[in-house]
Design a protein around this ligand. Structure first.
Ligand code: AMP
Ligand code: GLY
Length: 409
């Protein structure tokens, strides 16, 4: 099969490399670190299957456009992508579906939002309604800071139109889990659970980012029984509610969950593969990923995904200042040496070529360094051994990815 992956980050690199085990893959626009990258509009590419990586083109209806041209597409249409495109819409859908989630209110005006804040407990969560690259969420114990964020978001100053509706949630506590499920609109099957690390700094300090690392499986937190329970009580009711609304959702339902003392709660849905979860989930996929995604895209999901026993850990290497406007244009050293290590793959995200043909930094998250190992501890040691070989001025990475799982498996 010829498969076209749409997108340009580490997730798309991981998709292309896993799909490439069995199929011919092109990636558009890709990047200079992803083999098979072509600078062609996806609407002009002829392919047996399209796999759309990022949320923005899904929210903008690229899957609808490609389907209207008769193509087989993995990824929801604009109607289903609202799950990620509007947190207010998503929260209402969860409430309607009876899925356990944090209590919330949605607001477009400052005064009622501040009143709601005043009625809440002592951990406040303020979210932009629209897309903000994982950065539109503030979690704080400081009511004044929460109030300031509400004003900034609603004024349009902080996130433009994406912030002009805010969702305020009760703050929950507990470990987080990413459960990605593949659906053809009627059947839904889980992929291997993963955990990602959203904050920029060690010990979960500093601002939220798109994700600074991940590992899979998450054996000390979630077993097959819990996955079955999450599918039955959260993911399947969500899909049923989407169907009830007439939405034919074919793609990934990415459930972002928190395992709270009072049970698992849904924090969010994304309408796509997670980044960097994909960089640890897919290297463990046992089988033909193209077949699974084509079945889902065709409304005929029959495959039960399976995964190798090995664990995977990925460490994201980012540019100085990320998640604020990142420094770019620095030459990336050591990538070949890192990739040459056994069981290591370096996925390229924000990279470009300079005038001399050298790979340079070109974005916030630059590389995701993934390693496989017989345990999380072994995979973690290898991922850091590889990441230690990579350098550029101002490189930022966390040193504690998967540390808590180390030895727990
Ligand atoms: P989201 O984009 O909705 O997943 O939020 C990004 C991150 O903010 C999550 O991964 C959590 O770490 C945190 N977060 C979101 N909602 C809550 C909540 N209700 N309580 C505590 N933390 C939250
Ligand atoms: N890893 C978080 C995300 O993909 O949104």
């Amino acid at each position: 099969m010829r498969v076209c992956v749409v997108g340009s980050g580490g997730r798309e690199h991981a998709l292309a490399s896993t799909l490439g085990r069995h199929h011919d893959v092109v990636v558009t626009p890709g990047n200079p670190g992803i083999p098979g990258s072509v600078d062609t509009d996806p609407l002009e590419i002829d392919s047996d299957l399209f796999v759309i990586g990022p949320e923005a083109p899904l929210v903008d209806g690229l899957a609808d456009q490609l389907r209207a041209m008769g193509h087989l597409v993995f990824g929801p249409g604009a109607d289903g992508a609202r799950l990620e495109g509007s947190k207010a819409w998503m929260k209402q859908l969860l409430v309607d579906a009876g899925v356990p989630t944090a209590g919330h209110g949605s607001f477009t005006a400052v005064e009622p939002a501040l009143e709601f804040l005043n009625s809440m407990g002592d951990l406040f969560v303020i979210k932009t309604d629209g897309l903000a690259a994982g950065k539109g969420v503030l979690v704080t114990e400081d009511r004044d800071e929460a109030g300031d964020a509400v004003r900034d978001y609603l004024s349009g100053l902080a996130f433009g139109a994406a912030g002009q509706q805010v969702v305020i949630e009760e703050g929950l506590t507990g470990p987080e889990l990413s459960l990605l499920a593949v659906t053809d609109g009627r059947q839904v099957v889980p992929l291997a659970p993963a955990q990602d690390f959203k904050r920029i700094g060690d010990g979960d300090s500093g601002p939220n980012t798109g994700g600074m690392g991940a590992y899979s499986p998450v054996a000390h937190l979630v077993d097959d029984l819990l996955v079955a329970d999450l599918m039955a009580h959260s993911v399947e009711p969500t899909l049923a509610e989407l169907q009830r609304r007439g939405i034919d959702y074919r793609g990934v339902l990415y459930a972002g969950l928190m395992l709270t003392p009072s049970g698992p709660k849904m924090l969010e849905y994304n309408c796509r593969f997670g980044d960097p979860e994909t960089q640890v989930v897919l290297p463990r996929y046992a089988g033909d990923l193209g077949e699974l995604l084509a079945q889902a895209a065709g409304g005929d999901l029959r495959t039960q995904p399976s995964f190798v026993d090995e664990s995977a850990v990925t460490v994201v290497c980012a540019s100085e200042n990320y998640p604020a406007a990142a420094r770019t244009g620095d030459v990336i050293e050591g990538l070949d040496a890192a990739s040459a290590l056994d069981a290591v793959t370096v996925f390229c995200a924000g990279v470009d070529l300079d005038g001399e043909g050298r790979l340079v930094t070109a974005g916030g998250r630059v590389l995701a360094v993934t390693a496989l190992g017989s345990t999380v501890a072994a995979a973690r040691a290898r991922a850091y051994e590889a990441a230690d070989l990579i350098s550029w001025p101002g490189l930022v990475r966390r040193s504690d990815i998967a540390a808590a799982a180390d030895g727990a498996d």
